[in-house]
Design a protein around this ligand. Structure first.
Ligand code: ROI
Length: 160
């Protein structure tokens, strides 16, 4: 079993419900056990500013899947939420499920970059992650505690 952390984000089609429903769908997966759920956060968009604010959260799971198998099931959940994968890397989205960390694995392939390539710059990843895993270290030894204490909050609001 591997402990993995998944970042969730949405800024379209009732984002709070999108994120809550996605967490419920991960809970239904036979090979994944959800062990921690952060608060939901309201965050300013990273990237183009002419889009809605986002709802973000991070969950911890225990899984028997490999990282690529986990990616497949998370993309299936994104697709069932109506996510259309197009050339809008920095644009609005119904649902994003990103593998942030997968045990202590370091993966650099076409489909997967783990640890997530953007996590160091993203308050909407680091602060929810620190909420549920305050003593976690990255594969390179960096501590989530240090990273989360040294990132600007960027007016992010913790919802519940
Ligand atoms: N900005 C915020 N605040 N939250 C996200 O989840 C998010 N996801 C993205 C981009 C477009 C980078 N901006 C985001 O994919």
């Amino acid at each position: 079993m591997t402990t993995a952390y998944i970042g969730l984000g949405s800024n379209l089609s009732d984002p709070i419900e999108q994120v809550k429903d996605a967490i419920d769908e991960v809970k239904q997966l036979a090979q994944c056990q959800v062990t921690a759920i952060s608060s939901l956060y309201l965050s300013k968009p990273m990237g183009p500013q002419d889009q809605n604010d986002y709802i973000n959260a991070v969950i911890a799971i225990e899984t028997s899947l490999s990282a690529i198998e986990l990616l497949d099931v998370l993309q299936a959940i994104e697709n069932s939420a109506g996510r259309v994968r197009k050339d809008n890397r920095w644009g609005a989205r119904i649902l994003d499920l990103d593998i942030i960390l997968f045990g202590h694995e370091v993966i650099n392939t076409e489909r997967l970059t783990i640890p997530h390539y953007g996590m160091h710059e993203r308050e909407f990843v680091l602060l929810p992650l620190a909420e549920i895993a305050p003593t976690l270290n990255l594969p390179n030894g960096e501590t989530v505690k240090y990273l989360s204490q040294n990132i600007a909050n960027n007016a992010m609001v913790k919802l519940s």
